[in-house]
Design a protein. Structure first.
Length: 374
């Protein structure tokens, strides 16, 4: 396969997500001030080691860890987190994104909600017969894709975003299978999918990408009205406009993190449908303040703390879809590949073939149109 600029963007969107996720995993659920105390900047892949927790305002921490900051007793592999403690280990965020990509490759085209649910059902059944009961992936998949969840996916109008967590960025494959078209991408995924679709364009800019993410508010639950009644979509648009305006004025990611803590946090945990009101604005504002630079975006998104593996994954996906996988430091990619059970490069090659086949078909339709209208 000839490596084109489009392939570089497709591979970038997937690997950029995985790398951001892996950078954020070791510091997930920490307060940004504790991250600074323990690590300074997050500029290298860290092992999954005990974190400095507590000592910060309780409403700024994911869990009330107490009035004194101290290292936790230990960190271990977890079904709903990292399956490895080595540097470069990603979480269930990337595992879900890779499942979305694998489903598209399996069918060889844009798929339906029911087809995605069928693919996930077969995936869980295969793990049940090939993996031991205590296997981390089997445990995660069985708990994640139970009957009710699969039913929601099979009947969802946005099948890559049928579970509330996916509104926080696991839906980027919706942008890859609908390249250049943010509305179709948002139909399959949600706001982040719309941003990825625009990032694939040759003339994409940071502003056009975050604008697409903002304008896909309609793909979230709730409804929008000019009067400003505070439904989810209204709050989402307000928050996006305010924090993006602030980021554009200061162009300082550290200041953006402090502003986010002061005004834009949501209750966390448990994980719920309010997460788009924090994580998507955070990822987009930091991406904006870093002027789209990949390394800076994932570093500061990880340094944001809280659910920062997801935030860094989203920011990294947008930055690498814009700039290509060539913008990702090679040592980051090597670290992820050393721990991943999936050959991400090969998967992206297959995904790229599906995408180009769709674009070739669109070109044939355009040729027919030209012949019939001249």
């Amino acid at each position: 396969m000839t490596e084109t600029k489009l392939y570089d963007k497709v591979y970038g969107a997937v690997m950029g997500f995985a790398v951001g996720d892996a950078l954020g995993v070791p510091v997930e659920e920490m307060h940004y001030k504790n991250i600074r105390k323990q690590y300074g900047e997050v500029r290298r892949m860290l092992p999954v080691a005990p974190r400095l927790l507590g000592g910060q305002p309780h409403y700024e921490q994911s869990i009330n860890h107490g009035d004194t900051a101290q290292l936790e007793a230990g960190r271990y592999a977890d079904p709903f987190g990292s399956h490895d403690i080595r540097p470069g280990s990603y979480s269930d965020d990337t595992r879900y994104l890779l499942l979305c990509a694998r489903a598209v490759v399996h069918y060889g085209r844009r798929i339906t909600s029911l087809e995605f649910a069928q693919f996930l059902t077969e995936y869980v059944q295969n793990l049940a017969v090939t993996r031991p009961a205590d296997d981390l992936e089997r445990t995660w998949a069985t708990a994640m894709f139970h009957f009710e969840a699969l039913n929601r996916i099979s009947t969802s109008r946005h099948f890559f975003s049928a579970l509330y967590e996916i509104c926080t960025g696991w839906d980027g494959v919706g942008g890859l299978i609908n390249p250049f078209d943010p509305r179709e991408a948002a139909l399959d995924g949600g706001p982040m999918a719309a941003g990825v679709a625009v990032a694939l364009r040759p003339d994409a800019t940071v502003d056009s990408i975050v604008g697409a993410v903002r304008d896909a508010y309609w793909s979230l639950p709730g409804h929008f009205c000019e009067q400003g009644v505070d439904f989810l979509q209204n709050s989402y648009v307000k928050r996006m406009d305010q924090i993006l305006d602030y980021a554009a004025r200061v162009m300082d990611p550290e200041a953006v993190i402090e502003e986010l803590y002061a005004k834009y946090l949501v209750t966390f945990p448990p994980y719920n449908f309010l997460f788009p009101l924090e994580m998507i604005p955070a990822a987009c504002a930091i991406f904006k303040a870093c002027n789209g630079n990949y390394s800076d975006t994932v570093s500061f998104c990880a340094a944001f703390g809280r659910d920062c593996d997801g935030t860094a994954a989203m920011g990294g996906q947008l930055a690498a879809a814009l700039n290509g996988a060539s913008s990702i430091p090679s040592d980051y990619i090597e670290a992820v590949n050393s721990t991943s059970t999936i050959d991400i490069s090969a998967l992206c090659g297959d995904l790229y073939s599906v995408i180009t086949a769709r674009l070739d078909f669109d070109r044939c339709k355009a040729d027919c149109y030209d012949k019939l209208t001249k």
